[in-house]
Design a protein around this ligand. Sequence first.
Ligand SMILES: Nc1ncnc2c1ncn2[C@@H]1O[C@H](COP(=O)(O)OP(=O)(O)OP(=O)(O)O)[C@@H](O)[C@H]1O
Ligand SMILES: [Mg+2]
Length: 409
Amino acid sequence: MSSTDSKMLKYAKQIASQAIAFDRAKNYREATINYIKAAEILVECTKYTKNANMKQMWSDKAHEYLDRADELKSMGTKRVRLRSSLSGKSTSVRKDSEEGEAEGEEEELTEEELEMEKMVMGTVLIEKPDISWEDIAGLPDPKQALREAVVLPLKRPELFTGARQPWSGILLFGPPGCGKTMLAKAAANEIKCTFFVADSASIMSKWLGESEKLVRALFDVARRKAPSIVFFDEIDSVAGTRGGASEGGGERRLKTQLLQEIQGVKGGGSTAKKLLTIMAATNRPWDIDSAFLRRFERKIYTPLPDIDSREAIFAYHTRGIDREQSVDFRELAEITEGYSGSDIAIVCREVIMRPIRELDKMGSLEGNSDVQVRPINRDDFDHALRKIRPTVSEEEIQRFEDWREEFGG
Ligand SMILES: Nc1ncnc2c1ncn2[C@@H]1O[C@H](COP(=O)(O)OP(=O)(O)OP(=O)(O)O)[C@@H](O)[C@H]1O
Ligand SMILES: [Mg+2]
């Protein structure tokens, strides 16, 4: 068993024991969520092991957890008000409390609808992102494109009338580690809306047989809470080419459902209140089914950072740390062509940890509270840059450029 497998297994166990603890404490909602999550991880584990006994054992365990989750779900609740049932945990991020209707809205839901809502809440993260534009160094073009496509229609709906309609679907694409997820979050952060982050892997958990219903429920909730953004991160895992040999029936139905829902979303209309925007990100745009691609009218390319952006990323990821004169961000940016934002972030982390590591090796950190940490210097960067190489190859970049040429963005 590889170390990744054993880590996953350990994680599954941890989640399962949380589920059991919640179950005992009669917190059935959290218990259900954790049972399902543990089962999901176990199913992932079974995919990667060749050992038939292990496979069987984990699969049995996963079934056991799912059975318990089903049992808990079917214990059901009477017709209840969504708000009161979810009020234990503030999941909605609406900020527009001045709009009385939004806050005061208490919709009667049927038992089934409520269950589905709960499932959505368990699978989909509804969050107020804590990333702002300032946290994203450089990348002026993607930032501007996103402002235009997402922020303006929601902030200034009156500008989008007549033929000038907002885009209903926006796809961020580009090499890994170049800020796509960050950009989506920053856009959502700037506007007053409910932000659903659909974790594609959970949605794909087709063996639950519920993912279609979940997709429908997700869009229902999103419409009810509009203006909202539904963000499918790493959408290639749910919107891959349909009809492949490896595709199961559940998977096909899920994709069809998702496509239907996305097709049903029309950008805006005249009032921002109704606006439901679909956003997605991928680092494998060529894997996305063409029917899905068509729905993302606006494609935004987030390339590797250029020299100015790299300079800004170095500065951002070493902020608040003393440095010697020998550290020149411009020069570092010059020698790091081909590094992604995330590569540079890792270099910086290595650099700023080095002085601490030295002290620790000398034993100076033991019981010594007023120890002096030296400033970082150029040698720290050289050392880190030798160790950490760019993760994205030139061929991959070419592939993005070619795709962009063909599909736009
Ligand atoms: N422009 C940037 N400014 C600051 N940090 C950045 C920037 N770009 C990337 N990073 C760093 O890289 C990390 C990864 O960025 P992010 O998750 O947005 O990449 P991504 O494009 O979504 O990658 P993937 O395709 O792998 O999902 C961030 O958490 C951040 O530390
Ligand atoms: Mg990402």
